[in-house]
Design a protein around this ligand. Structure first.
Ligand code: SF4
Ligand code: SF4
Length: 439
């Protein structure tokens, strides 16, 4: 590729944060910083998507990192990889230019949380309610940088992504699949060991992933598809609803404050104390606490810390949604912590211990990368996978499209990105927020 790739081309390529939130990458790359951190922590149990890209896609990844450093003016690029992947670290280190280095990471949860990652890699503490940018850093996900490299090296827009398919399945795997692939197709390949009517399917990891139906589709942000029986402990704990939590909290919260003492953001020096909003709840107050804006929704309080099986996370999610809808902003929680909690290392949660606690070690089989020819007959591509206004659909039912064709256009004012056909075929349906293409 000789064509100059700038922010406009990156926006048009459809590149968004592949790590979950879907923030348009071109906006992050307008910042000027000293350091670019590439987040390869992948701290969610069972997912090995980023590890696979680091193993087989290093050339494109480095190209993407160099471009991101050029655009942001960063003088150093630091790739965070778990220190337990010794062979992988050796392999990746071989081809790195001198301005890009590897930062070995502890095997703990949630080291992929930007606040924790930045602290572990650079020693800097992001202010509460703040962003890495506040301390001169931009964090990018491994797959995001790899896709940027594919755009630079091969001119490809974002039409596919790597996905780990695992959990209670006979054939777990990691594969590259077209965006919009039906989840059911991936499940057919992996062969769940439980009938699907008794299964729960997650988009993402067991700690922070979202429940989806088998009729869902792979998005640009889908790093994993996990399947578990609805009897698994992790599923029972993740499936409780807010009303049940409110009811139970009122009688069962013993104010032990373990939810606060183990909260990774509290341990980072932030003024978040979930036991306080749970205490208010016990007294019948469902009044949103502004402090909950500091919650990363990591699930440590809910799945690890609370001895009474209560979920401060679920309550925080409710509070944040309620305050956002009412236009209540985080006005008061923006302090720069003077120091981090002295106990933070003692209270770190190793990923191995986490898996044992959730009783999912039995599914930790390190799925291999499979060069599977995944050719869905039909894909459904949503045009609101990114944060910001949905993109404008630019095709009609019956149109013929080739792979990589533009099918939805971003509006700059709405922080959008473009979307592209991930297979060749005919537009078989157009909905308010999606385009379906059939071969
Ligand atoms: S850990 Fe559980 S029981 Fe203890 S204060 Fe928090 S919500 Fe209450
Ligand atoms: S989910 Fe719980 S542990 Fe995690 S940041 Fe929020 S309050 Fe803290």
């Amino acid at each position: 590729m000789t064509e100059k790739i700038g922010l406009k081309k990156i926006r048009e390529s459809g590149l968004i944060g592949a790590g979950g939130a879907g923030f348009p990458t071109y906006i992050k790359l307008t910042s000027k910083v000293q350091t670019l951190i590439i987040n390869g922590a992948e701290c969610e149990p069972l997912l090995e998507t980023d590890k696979t890209i680091l193993d087989i896609g290093i050339e494109d990844l480095i190209a993407g990192v160099k471009k991101a450093m050029e655009l942001t003016g960063a003088s150093e690029g630091l790739i965070g990889i778990k220190q337990k992947y010794k062979d992988l670290i050796k392999k990746v280190a071989t081809g790195l230019p001198k301005e890009i280095k590897i930062s070995p990471l502890k095997n703990m949860y949630p080291i992929g949380d930007e606040h924790i990652l930045v602290r572990e890699v650079t020693g800097k503490i992001i202010p509460e309610g703040g962003l890495p940018l506040d301390v001169g850093i931009v964090v990018q996900n491994v797959e995001t940088m790899y896709r940027l490299g594919r755009l630079l090296n091969k001119g490809e827009p974002v039409v596919s992504r790597f996905v780990t398919v695992s959990g209670d399945v006979a054939f777990p795997f990691v594969a590259e699949v077209p965006v919009g692939t039906p989840v059911s197709l991936l499940l057919d390949i992996a062969e769940p060991r439980i009938p699907l009517e008794l299964a729960k399917i997650m988009d993402g990891g067991p700690m922070m992933g979202k429940f989806i139906s088998k009729d869902s589709y792979v998005k640009k942000t889908t790093s994993g598809i996990l399947v578990f029986s609805d009897r698994e402990k992790v599923i029972r704990q993740r499936s409780r609803d807010l009303n049940a939590i409110i009811r139970i909290s009122r009688s069962a919260c013993i104010q032990c404050r373990r939810c606060t003492d183990f909260c990774p953001r509290y341990l980072n020096g932030h003024r978040i104390e979930p036991h306080k909003w749970m205490r208010n709840l016990a007294f019948g107050e469902l009044i949103p606490s502004e402090m909950s804006y500091l919650c990363s929704e990591c699930g440590v309080c809910e799945l690890i810390a609370c001895p009474m099986d209560i979920s401060p996370r679920l309550v925080a999610e409710y509070f944040k949604k309620d305050m956002t809808e009412k236009g209540t902003k985080n006005e008061n929680y923006h302090e720069v912590p003077q120091e981090i909690c002295g106990f933070h290392e003692l209270r770190e949660i190793s990923t191995d211990r986490l898996m044992e606690h959730l009783d999912i070690s039995k599914f930790n089989v390190h799925p291999a990368f499979e060069k599977l020819d995944i050719n869905p007959r039909r894909v459904r591509i949503f045009v609101d996978q990114h944060i910001g206004s949905p993109s404008k659909i630019s095709v009609l039912k019956g149109d013929k499209v080739k792979k990589n064709d533009n099918i939805a256009i971003s509006e700059i004012s709405g922080m959008g990105v473009n979307y592209h056909a991930s297979i060749e075929g005919t537009v078989s349906a157009v909905g308010d927020n999606y385009i379906e293409i059939t071969r």
